[in-house]
Design a protein around this ligand. Structure first.
Ligand SMILES: O=C1O[C@H](COP(=O)(O)O)[C@@H](O)[C@H](O)[C@H]1O
Length: 280
């Protein structure tokens, strides 16, 4: 069978941030259930920035098999783990420290390597290899879920507009020392990792994201970093936005429901487009 094109993005918009937080928690638990049923564990990658605060709905959720979670970071700032810029620290404060995921299943950067970016990113890549390479014949890790943010300039992870890392096709984890957003030294997942995931989900809130969300979803041809997140089939990409962030976006929304396959994502996008047309 010829390779299938990537599924269209599924766009959920919520009246307010608390509905987004609840729905996101529900979505993550369903992704967990699907992963554990099929593969016996749940591999999740987290971003920093505004995402961690939107994960607080997971604390106190029923039916979560925390002992089966393996957590990585999509990108990390090259600072100690207790530094205020650390993405681990942000996720830990908002969510991780409140749930019983075994600490050895939360994969952080090696703080003894902060002075050597090559070694630091290699060591993080090795942590991915140790978990994914054993049973996975694929060339890249396949995450069950990657949770992403969108910066006001359209960046995601530490993949910035116009940066040479947008063209990386080989490494799983790369480093940069010229991030336009401080701190300048970071490591980041590359597109081959992101675009091999079963599911990627962007989580966007607040008025300051309105223009960029419109640009990414309505004008993907500009190739901004977030628009390049299109996981290969059977992978899926979701957008969770609150009403304030979604205000200027034309791309049609789908009512929040679990979408489990590429075929369901195509159907949801078709129905959303038709509903939008008949409402005009
Ligand atoms: O620097 C970063 O920024 C992005 C976006 O952050 P946000 O605060 O605008 O949501 C984030 O996803 C990434 O992990 C982080 O390192």
């Amino acid at each position: 069978m010829p390779p299938q094109p990537p599924a269209p993005p599924v766009f959920y918009s919520f009246d307010d941030n608390s509905k987004l937080v609840d729905s996101l928690a529900n979505f993550v638990v369903k992704a967990q259930n699907d992963a554990i049923d099929k593969r016996g564990k749940f591999t999740l990658a987290l971003s920093g920035g505004s995402l961690p605060n939107n994960l607080k709905g997971l604390v106190g959720q029923q039916g979560v098999h925390w002992e089966k979670w393996e957590v990585f970071f999509c990108d990390e700032r090259v600072v100690p783990l207790d530094h205020e810029d650390s993405n681990f620290r942000a996720c830990n404060e908002a969510f991780l420290k409140h749930v019983p995921i075994p600490r050895e299943q939360i994969h952080t950067i090696d703080e003894s390597l902060l002075d050597d970016l090559d070694e630091l990113s290699d060591q993080y890549e090795k942590q991915l290899i140790a978990l994914f390479a054993e049973k996975n014949a694929a060339r890249f890790p396949v995450f069950d879920l990657i949770l992403l943010g969108m910066g006001p300039d359209g960046h995601t992870c530490s993949l910035f507009p116009g940066h040479e890392l947008l063209s990386e096709t080989d490494r799983w984890v790369a480093w940069l020392d010229d991030s336009p957003k401080p701190p300048n030294k970071r490591i980041t997942f590359t597109y081959p990792v992101i675009n091999h995931a079963y599911r990627c989900a962007f989580v966007i809130s607040g008025e300051s994201k309105q223009d960029m969300l419109h640009a990414i979803l309505d004008e993907p041809e500009h190739g901004l970093p977030c628009s390049r997140v299109r996981p290969a089939a059977p992978g899926l990409v979701f957008w969770f936005a609150d009403a304030s962030a979604a205000k200027k976006t034309i791309y049609p929304t789908t009512e929040f429901k679990w979408i489990g396959s590429s075929a369901e994502a195509h159907e949801a996008a078709k129905m959303a487009h038709e509903a939008k047309k008949s409402a005009i």
